[in-house]
Design a binder for this molecule. Structure first.
Ligand SMILES: [Zn+2]
Length: 440
């Protein structure tokens, strides 16, 4: 958006109010507004007593635009207008943000599985080249213009392609089946990525590391076997290849980090590999207690929830006798945990103010969200007006953190609405939180 365009056509800085909230980031939106504005309509004139007053002709002109305007929260406080970089949470522009916008990060996948400090880089390099189709197999050499008669020296049955050599060759298949038996898993050799994805996500970190090391070592062994036959005229015995893979797995096992879950199934797999299970230290036990507020104070336990790209929030209010005063749950259009956590606090402050609970203790399991009370920069730019408005309310606020084990009622309320309505207020304790509520 060219700022000079704005200053040329519109002299009122009030337009920046919209600009700040992203409404005028869209040049087409700006051009559609211009005819109205050049006729003398300034956006500041559409605000009265902190409410939007939209003239009928503007509503007739573009109802969608009016809806978007009304979504903008008018701040009760004065603040400097500033430009917002919409792609960032805090609204500030950085070169990093711009780069990420132009080149979005590739989702984490098996591609990041092959560099580990417990696997020699030369072994990982074979996997990396396979994933990038850069192995000097006959197939790739022919593609680069080399004239070679292609045959897989491991089976002498097929031409040598990368996929055949490492996945489909009977020699490779025998190794993958053998490895699958060792780790009690079926390796999907449809593709390189599916091979890595065969690792069970629920495995403990120790077993996961050892399995990944085993896969990488097997890639390396197949390549070494192929080279020995092709260049040294050696004869490779499958059993010898397995022994070498076992040795390298044992070496990696001793240096791989992680812990096992201690389940019998994992222990059996590790014992078959002669790897001692590395158990986690016994967890430190901490008492998590919910405390009542003092007399005349109301306590709100808040929580946000993000499940399968659906965001929601909830909270419940209790008095000094732990009596249930009410609660709410609400679906949100924002798709981030921080937004959900902050919205639960914003709703709680708004509702407390409307109900005349002027002394409000807010308790959340999100340290980050609570940090917004100290530093407004924590609040995403598109919630700052709402947050600032809540702080302008005549509320006496005290806030504290509680571990989620002590915040289960709010957690359940937040999760309740994912498939339901936008906002629900409860005068009585919802059935779904009754058990947790009376546990104290
Ligand atoms: Zn073959």
């Amino acid at each position: 958006m060219d700022i000079s365009l704005l200053s040329k056509h519109i002299s009122s800085c009030s337009l920046l109010l919209l600009f700040r909230h992203g409404l005028l980031f869209d040049i087409t939106m700006f051009l559609r507004l211009t005819p109205l504005l050049s006729g003398g309509v300034y956006m500041i004139e559409l605000i009265s007593n902190f409410k939007w007053i939209i003239p009928n002709d503007l509503a007739d002109f573009d109802p969608t635009l009016v809806t978007r305007i009304q979504e903008v929260v008018i701040p009760y406080f004065s603040a400097e207008d500033r430009l917002i970089w919409k792609a960032s949470t805090d609204g500030y522009f950085t070169a990093k943000q711009a780069y990420q916008l132009m080149f979005p990060a590739v989702a984490v996948s098996a591609w990041s599985f092959h560099w580990h400090n417990y696997v020699p880089p030369s072994h990982s390099f074979v996997v990396w080249r396979c994933l990038h189709d850069q192995m000097p197999t006959d197939e790739n050499l022919q593609r680069r213009g080399c004239t070679v008669v292609s045959v897989c020296v491991l089976c002498m049955q097929q031409s040598e392609t990368t996929a055949h050599l490492f996945l489909l060759c009977p020699f490779a298949q025998e190794l993958w089946n053998w490895l699958g038996d060792l780790f009690n898993v079926h390796f999907d050799i449809t593709s390189f990525l599916s091979l890595f994805d065969s690792c069970v996500p629920s495995w403990s970190s120790q077993l996961r590391h050892i399995t990944l090391a085993a896969i990488i070592h097997t890639f390396h062994k197949i390549w070494m076997a192929r080279n020995l036959i092709r260049f040294n005229s050696a004869s490779i015995i499958l059993q010898a290849a397995k022994m070498k893979i076992r040795t390298t797995i044992a070496t990696s096992s001793s240096s791989a980090g992680g812990h096992t879950s201690g389940s019998m199934e994992e222990k059996a797999v590790l014992q078959r590999r002669h790897v001692p299970p590395r158990l986690m230290n016994a967890p430190a036990i901490m008492m998590v207690l919910w405390q009542t507020p003092i007399f005349s104070w109301v306590k709100a336990n808040t929580d946000g929830s993000l499940i399968n790209n659906s965001a929601a929030c909830g909270a419940l209010f209790r008095d000094h006798t732990a009596n249930f005063l009410g609660g709410f749950t609400s679906k949100l259009s924002f798709k981030s945990v921080l937004h959900a956590e902050l919205m639960s606090i914003i709703f709680a402050m708004d509702l407390a103010h409307n109900k005349g609970w002027s002394k409000l203790w807010i308790e959340s399991d999100s340290q980050v969200a609570l940090g917004a009370f100290k530093d407004i920069e924590v609040v995403p730019w598109n919630l700052r007006n709402r947050w600032g408005n809540c702080l302008s309310l005549d509320l006496n606020i005290y806030y504290s953190h509680i571990y989620r084990e002590g915040n289960t009622c709010a957690d359940k309320l937040a999760s309740l609405v994912h498939s339901g309505q936008h906002f629900t207020w409860f005068n009585n304790i919802p059935v779904c939180i009754k058990d947790e509520f009376f546990k104290g």
